[in-house]
Design a protein around this ligand. Structure first.
Ligand code: WTA
Length: 675
């Protein structure tokens, strides 16, 4: 085995965040730590030799500057890597993160004039990448594919941008995009960015109710969708879902003038697609008639780029708002270093995430295209027609960087091409692979990767996201809101702002402040629990609020509960997350039914259906646990802590049950657990 002999600096005296690697000032990386840590996985010499950040020393040098001089660090990157029509004013950034000192405000590069689409496409084309492939598209059906070079992508984006302008979409208007993973999805995002409109992509697995809710909240000028999509063996009529959503949203006073519908020809005939003349327009009938060039709408760095709804612990989904300049600089930089991407190479990059989630925004569309990368966009399910499909695609496109959420075990395929494997939300054991794995921690709100291994820079511990990215200062807090040092666990917060941070919740700045900045004044609160080990590695321990993550889909338990109680026979519901072998977390629902009704298999099915209809199939509970009563405190609060233990079948770890209003309830639930 190769022996690492590089000396590393201690991280002990380091600006908050990085923690420490070792107590001694100089250790031999690998030997010293590996002797006590069986699970430590060292970067290979070959990989580190060519990595952008080849050593801990280099990381520390850059990290230190990013914390001590954020303005200098980020403006150097912004100026050298991206195009600005006009440079920002004197201040690179300004921030107030303290609720007691006025409104929460984060600004980066304010006064700088730029455009995201220009930076993704025109800038790269001017640099000679016009004929490079920007996007490969792989259909749900093996054997069908297509691709677009940077120049062709620009043409397609301009045609759509011109069409959108022709129907009156202007800077600052919202556009809802309800599309599956067709090339038209990133094209729609880029076209909006080109004209300064905000895209609001809604994951095409959401139901009509959820889509309607988002349409009502952001009042778009137009909705972009397609007639149907094949997901695995099933055909899903997306246009029908949009039709139903538009009827719902009209009831709330939001009517949509234009529904631009892409004819996804392999799925459903035009004649069979339900149509509302005057409102519905086929993409293919109008978009290609527009010119292939379109002037750029230059925007301020702080003008919004998009909104993306995400689930919180209570109430309606929140419209997370990202602005242009900071998000652009942050996604470009995190993509480059997080995946060790090099412009000079022709690397093909594949992120299995859907553009309906933040991962697809930052690491399918913006991060890779800003770097001039070649991206694989895949329409279908990772296990269709069988579980080898993922690796077929890796082999077919010679993917070198693969960023994925699902747990994938298949090893019978070659994977020869892979250089870096990334995962979000779940640990994968890197020792089973011949390439470094990036276990990245971040959130819709953070815009980009926050805590991540930099492949090649330091040894990994499976299950740990390791160390903070440049400019990120994670801190662990105790209950009372004190920062705790060293080996500890508590609430994960972030100190200071970073360029990719979200700026507000759409139309609800107060909720932004209350949810994220009030719990620990002066800090951004992530909603996650976290521990830091003796070597300074960060370990995410899961949400501390009522949000769960199912196969990379973020779901608020409150939303599932409200869908369940909308069922006429459901009196009360409490939903918790439970460990799930494949999905990471599964959805476990305790349900009390109305008096006089008896629990049956049929009722179970119709409860699950209620959730599918109101949110989407991906939020369907894995388990309905009939609960004659729920465990509550004397003041009527449901004791979720106990429910989580019952769901996990940890009956002897229920903890303190003395505050229960009725003690018999728990025994009753345990008795029913098997049923
Ligand atoms: C969870 C996804 C453990 C976390 C990019 C966070 C993780 C939520 C990790 C955000 C990780 C993300 N290890 N947990 N490496 N990465 N999470 O907004 O609970 O869909 O708060 O963004 O996913 O989910 P979101």
């Amino acid at each position: 085995r190769h022996r690492w002999t590089r000396q590393v600096e201690s991280m002990a005296s380091f600006p908050s965040g990085a923690g420490k690697i070792s107590d001694s000032n100089a250790v031999i990386l690998g030997e010293a730590i590996a002797s006590e840590e069986k699970d430590l996985v060292l970067p290979s010499h070959d990989f580190s030799g060519q990595a952008l950040i080849p050593s801990q020393h280099k990381y520390l040098e850059m990290y230190r500057r990013s914390i001590e001089d954020p303005a200098g660090f980020w403006s150097d990157i912004a100026l050298s890597e991206l195009y600005w029509k006009k440079k920002w004013g004197d201040e690179v950034y300004s921030e107030n993160l303290h609720v007691n000192q006025g409104n929460i405000k984060i600004q980066w590069f304010k006064g700088g004039i730029t455009n995201m689409c220009y930076n993704c496409l025109d800038r790269n084309i001017h640099a000679g990448l016009g004929n490079k492939i920007a996007l490969y598209w792989e259909s749900n059906e093996p054997g069908f594919d297509s691709h677009l070079t940077y120049s062709h992508l620009l043409h397609r984006v301009c045609q759509l941008a011109n069409y959108l302008k022709s129907i009156g979409v202007r800077k600052g208007d919202a556009v809802v995009v309800y599309l599956p993973m067709l090339l038209e999805l990133p094209i729609s995002m880029l076209a909006c960015a080109r004209i300064g409109a905000l895209h609001s992509v809604v994951f095409a697995g959401f139901s009509s109710d959820s889509l309607a809710q988002r349409i009502v909240d952001c009042r778009p000028k137009v909705v972009i969708t397609c007639n149907a999509v094949k997901r695995g063996p099933k055909t899903i009529h997306l246009k029908d879902i949009v039709d139903a959503a538009l009827i719902e949203s009209a009831k709330d006073g939001v009517s949509i003038d234009v529904c631009l519908t892409y004819d996804n020809q392999s799925t459903l005939k035009r004649e069979s697609t339900k149509w509302q003349e005057g409102r519905d327009i086929w993409w293919q009938d109008v978009v290609p008639t527009h010119p292939t060039t379109c002037e750029v709408e230059w925007v301020d760095a702080e003008d919004p780029l998009f909104l993306l709804y995400t689930s919180g612990s209570t109430g309606r989904p929140k419209g997370v708002v990202h602005t242009t300049g900071g998000y652009m600089v942050y996604t470009a930089t995190t993509f480059k270093y997080g995946f060790d991407y090099k412009e000079s190479d022709v690397y093909w990059y594949w992120c299995t995430a859907d553009c309906g989630w933040i991962t697809g925004h930052s690491y399918v569309t913006y991060g890779p295209l800003l770097n001039g990368a070649t991206v694989v966009v895949y329409e279908g399910a990772p296990n269709y027609p069988d579980s080898g499909r993922c690796w077929d695609i890796v082999d077919k496109y010679k993917v070198t960087i693969f960023y994925t959420a699902p747990t994938l075990y298949v090893t019978s395929y070659s994977r020869k091409s892979l250089r870096v494997l990334g995962s979000a939300g779940e640990p994968i054991n890197p020792s089973a692979w011949r390439c470094p794995i990036s276990d990245t921690w971040w959130q819709t709100e953070t815009g980009g990767i926050m805590i991540t291994p930099l492949p090649g820079a330091w040894p990994q511990k499976p299950g740990s996201a390791t160390f903070p990215f440049f400019g990120v200062q994670p801190v662990i807090m105790d209950e009372k809101g004190n920062e705790i040092d060293g080996e500890c666990s508590g609430y994960l917060c972030v100190k200071g702002s970073w360029p990719g941070a979200f700026r507000t919740l759409y139309g609800d700045h107060e909720r932004y402040e209350t949810t994220y900045f009030r719990p620990f004044p002066g800090y951004y609160f992530t909603g996650d629990g976290c521990s830091r080990d003796k070597d300074g590695y960060y370990w995410l321990t899961g949400r501390v609020d009522d949000v769960i993550n199912v196969s990379g889909h973020r779901i608020g338990t409150a939303e599932v509960e409200s869908a369940l109680v909308s069922h006429p026979q459901c009196a009360e519901a409490a939903v918790v997350g439970v460990e799930h072998e494949v999905k990471g977390q599964g959805i476990y629902a305790f349900v009390t039914i109305v008096e006089g009704v008896s629990y049956s298999e049929q009722l179970r099915k119709s409860l699950v259906l209620a959730v599918r209809n109101q949110i989407g199939a991906f939020a369907a509970p894995d388990k309905i646990h009939w609960a004659p009563a729920l465990p509550k405190t004397r003041s009527g609060k449901i004791m979720r802590r106990i429910l989580r233990k019952i769901a996990a079948r940890q009956f002897d770890e229920l903890g303190d049950t003395s505050t229960l209003a009725e003690s018999g309830v728990v025994d009753q639930l345990i008795a029913l657990a098997g049923s």
